[in-house]
Design a protein around this ligand. Structure first.
Ligand code: PMP
Ligand code: GLN
Length: 380
C-alpha cells in the first residue's frame, strides 16, 4: 500500500461531521449550507433525470454547460474562453485538482503551496511525485511577501497551487499579491493551478479577479471552479476547468481515466443555473453576508475575538485571548462538552504553524446560528 494515503488520517471535515452526528452537536464544521439550494436549479436536475438524461455524456462535458461556463466567465470576470477547446467539466473541483496535479507534475518537480491549504492539496501533490515548497501565510492578513516567494520558488518549480478566495482564512487576495505571484510564475516558468471555488462568495462589494486574467498568465494558469459553491449545492460535485488548449488537452487525458464524465442531469441543471440573471447571484451573496454579520455580532457579544471574513462560508475566531494554545483540543471540547462542531485551522498547516484559530461555517439558517451561539455562551 502506498504510505502517502495509507498513513493519512480521515479528513478533519469528515471526522468533525461524524462527531457532530454522534453527539447531536450543531455542525458549523464542514462547509455546507443547511438550506436546500435554489429550487429551480434542483428542479432542472430532477426533470433531466425523469426526462431520460442518464447515459454517459460527452467526456469534456455537455456542450450547453461548456458554453454556459464560458458565457458566465465572460459576463462576470471579463474572460474569453473557447468552450470547445478551453473548458472542461469535472466531478467537483477535487477531481480537477487531482487531474491537474497528476497531469502537470513529474516526479521531483517542485510545487509551491501556500498554507493554510485545503487538505486535499498536499497528499495529491505528494502522490503525483511533487516536492512541496511551502509559503506560510499568517493571520490576520494572510498576505504574500516577495521574500517568502523568493525563498519558495526555484528553477525546479513547475506548479504553484493557489487558492483565492482562501479557505479557511476567508481572505481575498489583494491586487498586489496577485501581481507579485504572477511575476514569480512568469519568471520561473511555472504553471499556476488556481483553485477559485469561492469566486462567487465574496462580500461587501468585492469583485473576484482571476489570476488567469493577469498579463502573461493566460497561457500558464489552470482556473478551477465549482458549482457546489456557486449554487450552495455542495454535494453535487460539478466542477470546471478553464485553461489554454495546450494545457487543457493534457488535463483531459487525466480526466478521462479519473472519472471520464460527470452526471448529465447535474450538468444540465448547472448550465441552466449559470445563465440566471445577476440578481440571483447577488441575492445568494447578500444572504451569506447577512449570516456572516449575524454570527459575527453574536460571537462578539459573547466576548470572542472574530477575524474579518471577506469571502467563503467561513469566519475564524482567535482563541489565544481565551488562554487557549491548542485549537485541536479546543475543538474537541467544543463538540463533546458544548455541542458545537468547528474546524481547527492548524489542520490546514503542514507543521501546525498557526494553532490559535478556529473556523466556523456561517452558511446556516438563523436558528442554527442562534442555537450555536446559545451553546457558546460563557466560553469567552
Ligand atoms: N477547494 C477548496 C478551497 C474548497 O474549499 C473545496 C470544498 N469546499 C474544494 C476545493 C472542493 O470542491 P468540490 O466539492 O467541488 O470538489
Ligand atoms: N470544503 C469543505 C470545507 O472546507 C469541505 C469539503 C470536504 O468535506 N471535503 O469545509
Amino acid at each position: 500500500m502506498n504510505p502517502i494515503f495509507a498513513d493519512l488520517p480521515t479528513t478533519v471535515f469528515e471526522t468533525m461531521s461524524r462527531l457532530a452526528r454522534e453527539t447531536g452537536a450543531v455542525n458549523l464544521g464542514q462547509g455546507f449550507p443547511d438550506d436546500p439550494g435554489p429550487e429551480d436549479v434542483r428542479r432542472k436536475a430532477a426533470e433531466a433525470v425523469v426526462g431520460g438524461w442518464n447515459q454517459y455524456p460527452p467526456m469534456m462535458g455537455i456542450p450547453e454547460l461548456r458554453e454556459g461556463i464560458a458565457r458566465h466567465y465572460a459576463h462576470w470576470q471579463g474572460m474569453s474562453f473557447d468552450p470547445g477547446t478551453e473548458v472542461m467539466v469535472t466531478s467537483g473541483a477535487t477531481e480537477a485538482l487531482a487531474g491537474a496535479l497528476f497531469a502537470l507534475i513529474e516526479p521531483g518537480d517542485e510545487v509551491v503551496l501556500f498554507e493554510p491549504m485545503y487538505d486535499a492539496y498536499l497528499p495529491l501533490v505528494r502522490r503525483a511525485g511533487g516536492v512541496p515548497r511551502f509559503v506560510t501565510l499568517t493571520p490576520p492578513q494572510f498576505g504574500l511577501t516577495e521574500e517568502a516567494l523568493a525563498a519558495a520558488f526555484s528553477e525546479r518549480t513547475k506548479v504553484v497551487l493557489f487558492n483565492n478566495p482562501l479557505n479557511p482564512a476567508a481572505t481575498v487576495a489583494s491586487a498586489e499579491d496577485l501581481e507579485l505571484l504572477a511575476r514569480f510564475c512568469i519568471r520561473f516558468g511555472a504553471v499556476a493551478v488556481c483553485d477559485e471555488v469561492w469566486e462567487h462568495v465574496v462580500f461587501d462589494g468585492r469583485r473576484h479577479v482571476p489570476l488567469i486574467s493577469l498579463p502573461g498568465m493566460r497561457e500558464r494558469t489552470v482556473k478551477i471552479g465549482s458549482a457546489g459553491k456557486i449554487f450552495n449545492l455542495t454535494g453535487w460535485k460539478v466542477g470546471f476547468v478553464c485553461a489554454c488548449p495546450e494545457i487543457l488537452r493534457v488535463l483531459a487525458k487525466a480526466h478521462q481515466f479519473l472519472t471520464f464524465t460527470t452526471p448529465p442531469n447535474l450538468q444540465a441543471a448547472v448550465a441552466y443555473g449559470l445563465g440566471k440573471e445577476d440578481g440571483h447571484f447577488e441575492a445568494l451573496r447578500a444572504d451569506l453576508a447577512r449570516s456572516r454579520d449575524r454570527f459575527t455580532a453574536g460571537l462578539r457579544d459573547l466576548g470572542f475575538a472574530v477575524l474579518p471574513s471577506a469571502g467563503t462560508y467561513f469566519l475564524n475566531i482567535d482563541i489565544a485571548p481565551l488562554g487557549e494554545a491548542d485549537d485541536v483540543s479546543f475543538c474537541r471540547r467544543l463538540v463533546e462538552e458544548h455541542g458545537v462542531a468547528a474546524i481547527p485551522v492548524s489542520a490546514f498547516y503542514a507543521e501546525r504553524a498557526v494553532a490559535n484559530l478556529v473556523r466556523f461555517c456561517f452558511a446556516k439558517r438563523d436558528e442554527t446560528l442562534d442555537a450555536a451561539l446559545e451553546r457558546l455562551a460563557g466560553l469567552a
